[in-house]
Design a protein around this ligand. Structure first.
Ligand SMILES: [Zn+2]
Length: 412
């Protein structure tokens, strides 16, 4: 039996978000066995005892929007780099993400079933992964990377479906195809994007019949749908079609915020990638014709997300890491606090709410007896200053299923 006692610790994110100061927690066989003042302090009953001499323990975080395999094959890199390079880069992305305190992720495109399987078998350090395999895109849409020359730049190998589908029959077939390839959920490009060559962020992509067909087919296959939404039209159609989560959510307004609350739709605002795109626009590394629009988009996004938050829309934490560097995922919490959340609320959003978005709240997302011991330890108090979590060096220990997968303090 593998059992660990962690003592002299403040627990943050207990059950529904409570904080318990100066207490103990016992882990047994990868699960949280008990916590509080009744936990036995008899060290002979544990295989490991960790005395934290004051410190903070919170649930492992859940990033609801990453792309672990986005690096290595960007644009024309794909023409030069061997296929294997793509996966090795992914291993590093997974490791950095785990070391940042993220113990579970939802991959919104490009991680395939083999990558998920290898991570689940713990062949490399990685968060637990839910995959969408390949996002669905219309011809000329946000994930159609065919150049005007006619050259298709999408990564191609067996097991990775092509993203393009059109028409009700086409989208139903594509939903089945990505599900067959191992998708845990269906990612759909409902509007244009800041990085795509052939569209504008305001463009509506799939029509309502197509979106509804995707949601219905996904439902039949027991999968949920997440839509990438910047423009107002695509966001409105997504809500009408009954998707599970809206990614970015740039154009959310009062009316749609209310509909999202009524329909239990999560908003994953991805402030991190919006900041990244703002920097890219200011440094003029975006396409020239995207710069002005992107700067405006970032401003609208900030305003509208704040409005949605004040209306009471449920948010989950997602970063879109992969578009930017991996490993400072918890910087997203800083944006939540700047928007008006308390540090504790931001932590609950990044743990329990995000676990609910992935429908894994029965096993992770809070410190609760019987849940997996996915935990993050810091010496600095994130309730005093949430921004300490952004720096990976402040994430001193990470536990995954009771195992220490990161240890910067040398406690055995
Ligand atoms: Zn994304």
């Amino acid at each position: 039996m593998n059992s660990t006692l962690i003592k002299n610790i403040t627990l943050i994110g207990v059950v529904n978000g409570e904080v318990i100061e100066n207490t103990s927690i016992a882990i047994e066989n990868g699960k949280i066995k008990e916590f509080g003042s009744d936990v036995s302090q008899n060290s002979s009953s544990y295989s490991h005892v960790i005395d934290c001499e004051d410190g903070f323990l919170m649930p492992g975080f859940v990033d609801a929007h990453v792309h672990l395999l986005a690096n290595g094959f960007r644009n024309e890199d794909y023409m030069r780099d061997p296929l294997s390079y793509y996966f090795y880069k992914g291993l590093n992305a997974a490791k950095l993400t785990l070391e940042a305190g993220i113990t579970t992720v939802r991959d919104c495109g490009l991680a395939d079933y083999g990558f998920k399987l290898a991570a689940a078998e713990k062949l490399f350090p990685s968060p637990k992964i839910q995959i969408s395999v390949m996002p669905l895109s219309i011809t000329g849409g946000h994930f159609d990377v065919t150049l005007k020359s006619g050259h298709d730049m999408i990564v191609k190998y067996p097991g990775l479906p092509h993203p393009i589908c059109n028409g009700v029959e086409g989208v139903i077939a594509k939903t089945r195809e990505v599900a067959r390839a191992g998708a845990d959920f269906i990612k759909v490009m409902a509007t244009g994007g800041t990085t795509s060559a052939n569209d504008k962020t305001d463009d509506i992509q799939f029509n309502i019949k197509e979106l509804k067909a995707i949601v219905d087919e996904a439902d039949r296959l027991d999968r949920k749908v997440a839509t990438h939404c910047h423009g107002h039209g695509g966001l409105e159609l997504s809500i009408k079609a009954g998707v599970h989560s809206i990614e970015h959510g740039t154009s959310v307004d009062k009316k749609n915020a209310k509909l999202m609350i009524d329909k239990n739709i999560f908003l994953v605002p991805t402030f991190s990638v919006m900041k990244n795109q703002e920097i890219a626009a200011k440094n003029r590394t975006l396409q020239e014709n995207k710069i002005e629009g992107t700067l405006k988009l970032v401003e609208i996004h900030k305003e509208n997300i704040e409005l949605a938050y004040n209306q009471g829309v449920t948010m989950a934490m997602g970063t879109d890491s992969g578009v930017q560097e991996h490993g400072d995922n918890l910087g997203e919490l800083d944006y939540f606090v700047k928007m008006g959340m308390s540090p504790l609320e931001a932590i609950i959003t990044g743990t329990l709410n995000s676990a609910k978005c992935l429908a894994v709240e029965d096993s992770v997302g809070s410190i609760e007896v019987g849940k997996n011991a996915d935990l993050v330890f810091t010496k600095k108090n994130p309730l005093d200053d949430i921004s300490i979590l952004k720096n990976r060096n402040n994430i001193l220990m990470v536990f995954q299923d009771g195992f220490v997968v990161k240890n910067l303090i040398g406690i055995p």
